[in-house]
Design a protein. Sequence first.
Length: 737
Amino acid sequence: MPALACCVDPAVAPPGYALAVDGSLYPATAVVPPLAGAPLSTTTASAAVAAVDAVEDGSFWSPSLSSSLYRIDGWGAPYFAVNGSGNISVRPHGAETLSHQEIDLLKIVKKASDPKSVGGLGLQLPLIVRFPDVLKNRLQSLQAAFDFAVRSLDYQAHYQGVYPVKCNQDRFVVEDIVKFGSPFRFGLEAGSKPELLLAMSCLCKGNPEALLVCNGFKDCEYISLALVARKLAINTVIVLEQEEEIDLVINLSKKLSVRPVIGVRAKLRTKHSGHFGSTSGEKGKFGLTTTQILRVVRKLDQAGMLDCLQLLHFHIGSQIPSTVLLADGVGEAAQIYCELVRLGAQMKVIDIGGGLGIDYDGSKSSDSDISVGYDLQEYASAVVRAVRFVCDRKSVKHPIICSESGRAIVSHHSVLIFEAVSASAYEAPMLSSPGLQQFMESLTEDARADYGNLYSAAMRGEYETCLFHADQLKQRCIEQFKEGILGIEQLADVDGLCDMVSKALGASDPVRTYHVNLSIFTSIPDFWGIGQLFPIVPIHRLDQRPGMRGILSDLTCDSDGKIDKFIGGESSLPLHDLEGERSISGCGGRYYLGMFLGGAYEEAIGGLHNLFGGPSVVRVSQSDGPHGFAVTLAMPGPTCGDVLRVMQHEPELMFETLKHRAEEYNSGQYNDPMSNDALASRLAQSFHNMPYLVATSSCALNAINNNGFYYCDEDDYNAAIVDAASGEDEQWSYCCA
Ligand SMILES: Cc1ncc(COP(=O)(O)O)c(C=O)c1O
C-alpha cells in the first residue's frame, strides 16, 4: 500500500526544512489508512446490505451474495438468476422452468461471438439476445392474470389484449406475439401507417377475432388503409385521436363501402403524476374531451353510423405507479363507457391502454418512475373490479376488456450484452528519492515552499492541511506551465505526487471509468433522454467479489455517453477488476455486462449518434439438446456501409473514390503490405465491418489495451494487412448484398 510517508519522502526534506518535527521517521502504517479497494456506499435495500458489507470487508463471496448485491431476485425473477458457476442464468419459462432448462447466458455469448472456425457464429458485440420463450411466458402470464380475475370476480366478459408494436417493431417479436397470442385472440395496436401495414400483414396469420387497434393521428391514407384492413377481414378498429378524424372516417367509409368499427379515445381527468403521466389529465396531449365525444356521437347518429361506435379507449400513461391510480382511471373511463351505451352506441370493448409497469429496480415501490407497487395479478384484478363495479351499478353489460400493454410484454424478452474493454487505472508514477530531489530542484521557489508546507503537514499528521497544500502546489504548477516556466515532465510529476497524496489519504476518487464497447445513444437511449434506469450486471464472475466500483463510458465522442446512475440510487456499479480477469482463462480475458429489461422502446428509439448502428442479434430458444438452447436466428449488426447509407452516403461510390485515390497516390508494389490491392482490401473490409471496436482475436491484431482504445504494434498490423491482401479476391470489391 502506498503510504503518505512514501509520497512525501522523509529522506527528501525540502531545502530549509527539518527532516521531521521531532527528528524521527514518520511511521508509515500510522499515517495512512489501508486502501483495500474503493470504499463502497451502503444501499438502503436490506437484501443488498449484507452483500455490500461482504464487499467492504473483503471476505467470503458467493453467487447468492452477487444476486443480493445486484438485486437480481427483485427485478429479475422469475426469468433471471445467478447459477452456481457465477453466471447469469435465464429461466425461459419463468416460474415453470425446470432446472435442466435454465440457460447459461455466458454460453450463448460464447456461441454467438466465437469465431466460425471453432463452431461459433462469429458475431460481433454488442449483442441482443432474444428469448421467444420468455415472450410467450409474459403473454401467457398476462392472459392468465386476467382470466383469473374474470373468473374470481364473476366478470361476464373476457379479456383480449393487443400489443402496441411501437414498443418493439422487430419482425420476429411481432410475429411471435401474434403466434403465441393466437389461442387467446391476442391482437396488435398500431400508431402510424407503417405500423399499420406491419400489423395488417402479421395478423393475416393471427386469430380472426384478434383486434387491430388503430391509434395515433390519422390522415386520409391511414384511415383508408384501416378500412381496407376491414375488407381483408382483419378485426380493425379506428380509434379517433382527434375530433376531425370523424369526418374523414364517415366520408371514406361511404366511399369505400366499408362499415367501420370506430373507437374513441377519451381524455380522462385522472392524472398520473410520474414522468410518463405528463401528458395525461385534462390538459393532456391526447384524446377527446367530453364535449368532443358528445359532438362525435351526434355526428355518427346523424350519419346513421352510431352502431359503428363500439370501443372506448384511454391511456393514463406508461408505468402506472399504483393500483389506486389505475382503478381511479379505469373507473372514470367505465363511467364514460356506460354513458356511451346510454346514448345509443353499440359499445363492446373498453380498451384501457398501456401502463402496466415494470419493476426495474425490484423495489416494488409506487413512489418511483422505475418501479411499480403491484404485480400482474393485482393489476388485472384492479382493472376487472373497477369496470365491473361501474357497469353493475349502471346495469350495463360487462364489456370485453382490452389492454395495450407493451412494456410489460416485451421488456424481459431481450438482454443487451456488451463488453467492458478497459478501466481507468491509478497511474501516478512513483518517484524515487533521487527523482523527487531532482523534481524539487526544478520547482520555482514558491512551488518549493508549497512542497515544504505539504511535507511539514504530512510529518505532523495533518491530513486536511496536506490536501490543501498539495492542491496549492498543483494549481501553482499549472499556472507556471501555462506561462511556460514549467516543462511537461515537471507537470506530470506534480500530478503524480498530488494523486499519490490524495490516494494515500483516501481522498482520491475510488470510482473507475469502465470503457464499454457500446453506444448509449443507440442501445440505451432512454437513459440519455429521460434518465430511465435499467439493471446492469456482469453476466459472469458473480462467484467473485466485485472489488471495484465503476461508471460506464461509451464509445461516442459525447460527454453524455456515460452511465453514472444505477438502480438502488447508486452513482457507480460494483464491478470486477479487469486486470484480474485477463489472467484467468475461460473468457479469454473478456468482461461482459448485461443490460436487462430493455426489450421495450430502446431498440425503436435508439439513434445513430457517431454512426454507431444497432447490435448483432441472436434469437435463442430453450431446447432439450446437449447445450440446453438452440440459436434460431443470428443477425450481424449494421455494417459501416449500412449506417452510412442511412445518411444518404453511397458506400459503393465512396469505396470507388478511395480506391482510385489509392491507385493515384500510393506507390506500393504488388505483395507489398501497402500495395494498392492491400489498401483496397482494407478499405472494403472497413465498409463491411460493424462500427464497434473489433475484439483483438477476431481482427488478428495484437491490440494493446489503453484506456478503451485499441492500438496495435506495427509488426502485427503489417502482418494482418498481408493476411488480408493475400486473402480472397472478392475482398477487392465492395458491393452491397
Ligand atoms: C396509446 C398507447 N397505448 C399503449 C402504450 C404502451 O404503454 P406501455 O408500454 O406502458 O404498456 C402507449 C405508450 O405510451 C400508448 O401511448
